[in-house]
Design a protein around this ligand. Structure first.
Ligand code: CTP
Ligand code: MG
Length: 229
């Protein structure tokens, strides 16, 4: 299985002056944790890291330190996540029939989650890791007046990995460019093209490091894992 890791963001919500994936988390950069988990997943055989050229020296240092045995390629990202994944799809080896896409910022995903998504992708064309939402979700208007309270039992929080047939995902991305769709995950492009996307059980600890408090929570989770072993 080929894996693309979008890592070309800037981390605005983290309030950091550089790519948040380079911030330290328990002794190594966030991206190193993500890469370690991906490399430990048996089904992953190739990793493409999508980044901004300004970060490539730091990415190379991380890769040298990790000394992974799997092939890794650096791919130039775009100005949105959608553009970054688009570039990643162009850079995939031509023999890749399916692909997993996993945000660099989800550094707590386990090797088992990658392997379960890879296995499930043998039986469908599109899937995402997801978990049931715990909060009651409100739909609001621009004045913050609540318009609706959707039935929580139908609501799932989308995570990554997300996995797809490569030719179908390429088509959906092309359609997204043609129609000017702006989306925050790849499943949304599949959905807009009326293609089915399945949910695979995600992990409650598979948070996306987005704001400073997420870093503190991620550190706590990693520490408790260490204690457990
Ligand atoms: N990403 C990307 N290319 C972009 C923007 C984001 O590859 N142009 C990646 C990020 O590096 C991250 C993932 O997409 O791994 C999810 O994005 P997000 O958590 O929003 O990260 P940032 O965009 O860096 O953060 P922010 O939105 O707060 O600026
Ligand atoms: Mg972003």
């Amino acid at each position: 299985m080929h894996l693309l890791i979008p890592a070309a963001g800037s981390g605005k919500r983290m309030g950091s002056d550089r790519n948040k994936l380079l911030l330290p988390l328990l002794g190594q950069p966030i991206l190193a944790w993500t890469l370690q988990a991906a490399a430990a997943a048996q089904t992953i055989e190739w990793i493409g890291i999508i980044g901004q050229p300004i970060d490539f020296d730091d990415f190379t240092t991380i890769l040298t330190d990790l000394n992974l045995t799997k092939p890794v390629q650096l791919i130039q990202g775009g100005s949105t996540r959608q553009e970054s994944v688009y570039n990643g799809l162009q850079a995939l080896p031509t023999d890749a029939p399916t692909v997993l896409i996993h945000d660099g910022a989800r550094c707590l995903a386990t090797p088992d989650l990658f392997d379960r998504c890879a296995a499930a992708l043998q039986t469908c064309d599109g899937l995402i890791a997801g978990i049931p939402v715990k909060d009651t979700i409100k739909v609001v208007d621009s004045e913050l007046l609540i318009q609706d309270t959707p039935d929580r039992s139908n609501l799932w929080a989308a995570q990554t990995p997300q996995g797809f047939s490569v030719p179908l995902l390429r088509k959906c991305h092309d359609e997204g460019v043609a129609q000017g769709w702006e989306v925050t995950d790849d499943a949304a492009l599949f959905e807009r093209c009326n293609l089915p996307v399945k949910i695979v059980a995600g992990e409650e600890t598979n948070l996306k490091v987005t704001t400073p408090v997420d870093l503190a929570i991620a550190e706590f989770i990693l520490k408790s894992r260490n204690l457990g072993h």
